[in-house]
Design a protein around this ligand. Structure first.
Ligand code: ACO
Length: 332
């Protein structure tokens, strides 16, 4: 069974409430209908009800049974504004600002998740990644024991000799532009946990990637990855993890034998950690566009699940991301 089939099955076994702040966006409205009809999640559309119903009429979508909330008129708005003010007062937020933001669907959505009125949130069909992430970082914050939010891509390759039956986890390809060695270590450990908890990879083997393998090159960028590997070992001594490794040394057993023969990870890595966001983002897009792999993004390290969409997403992408979010919520 493929990762998405698996995730859809798990989502329908314990249906979760997922808020969709871009409630009048046509692909989101269409996705809500599928989620409701197939009992994959309880979608809640946020926005002006008139606009949402207008989109439904224009796209021939049936929204029967789907909850629509207008944040500006919601009876929960006042409580959410209060929560937001408590969270952000020390950062200079005023009562008036909290009141205005509580009517913004993105802020209303993350506050609904924070306050337990929804299990998760999916957004990003219209908002940029940064605009989606900031309210989540400010309101939902990190889970205990983690101080960094990052991302993992679940990458499904046609070649089943790679990773676990073709499944690889790539990290971080979305959030942290230029991680320090310590941040890179946290990303590596979180990605190992995502591989285990969300993807069902029983033995995550984490490779911290570089242009050097085991000291074959000397450069401050290489030293940073070596230092990150050292810190990551300290953070989770049980996790099979090694670095620095080149991409081929991490994945190809024959190359690993030559370049890193004593490594517990080289040649059979199933979690690939990129040294920064440029390499990670480019790397996953190459895998997807040239390698023909399917790739699904999740955020890791948030106290409750929120996930970002690409602005080029399809209706199916939204449905799948909601299902992934619901499965994360089952495990939260
Ligand atoms: N983990 C935890 N907390 C964080 C993180 C993080 N990774 N990043 C920022 N924060 C915190 C900050 O400390 C701050 O907290 P505070 O306000 O309580 O002090 C809060 O979140 C907001 O931070 P800002 O400083 O306002 O936001 P920043 O300018 O740091 O931006 C962001 C954060 C949006 C994640 C930024 O790093 C970013 O834009 N990343 C790249 C996003 C992107 O464009 N990705 C590529 C495209 S996506 C794709 O291709 C699928």
């Amino acid at each position: 069974m493929g990762i998405i089939e698996n995730v859809r099955k798990k989502a329908s076994a314990d249906v979760k409430t997922i808020v969709l702040p871009e409630g009048s966006e046509p692909r989101t409205v269409a996705a809500a209908q599928i989620l409701q009809r197939e009992r994959l999640a309880r979608p809640v559309l946020l926005g002006d009800p008139e606009e949402i119903l207008q989109t439904a009429r224009e796209t021939g979508t049936d929204l029967t049974g789907i909850e629509i909330i207008d944040p500006a008129r919601s009876p929960r708005r006042e409580a959410y504004a209060k929560t937001l003010l408590e969270l952000r007062r020390a950062k200079g937020m005023t009562e008036e600002e909290a009141d205005v933001l509580s009517a913004d669907p993105m802020y209303y959505g993350v506050l609904a998740v924070r306050c337990g009125d929804a299990d998760g949130l999916v957004s990003g069909a219209i908002h940029s990644t940064g605009d989606m992430l900031r309210p989540a970082l400010q309101v939902i914050r990190t889970k205990p024991g983690t101080r960094l939010v990052s991302s993992a891509f679940l990458v499904e390759c046609a070649d089943h000799t790679l990773g676990q039956n073709g499944l690889l986890v790539y990290s971080d390809c979305v959030v942290v532009p230029c991680p320090t060695a310590e941040e890179l270590a946290h990303i590596a450990v979180s990605a190992g946990h995502t591989a285990h908890d969300l993807c069902g990879i029983e033995e995550p083997r984490v490779a911290l990637l570089s242009f050097s393998t085991k000291g074959s090159a000397s450069h401050e960028l290489v030293s940073k990855v070596q230092e990150a590997a050292r810190i990551a070992h300290e953070l989770d001594p049980e996790l099979a993890l090694d670095g620095e490794l080149q991409f081929d040394a991490a994945l190809v057993p024959e190359v690993a034998k030559i370049k890193a023969k004593d490594s517990p990870v080289a040649g059979r890595a199933n979690v690939l950690v990129f040294p920064d966001l440029q390499s990670g983002n480019i790397g996953y897009k190459i895998t997807q566009r040239i390698g023909g792999a399917e790739a699904f993004a999740v955020l890791q390290g948030l106290a409750k699940p929120c996930n970002d969409l690409s602005r080029g997403c399809s209706v199916d992408d939204i449905v799948n991301t909601v299902c992934i979010t619901a499965v994360q919520a089952q495990k939260a």
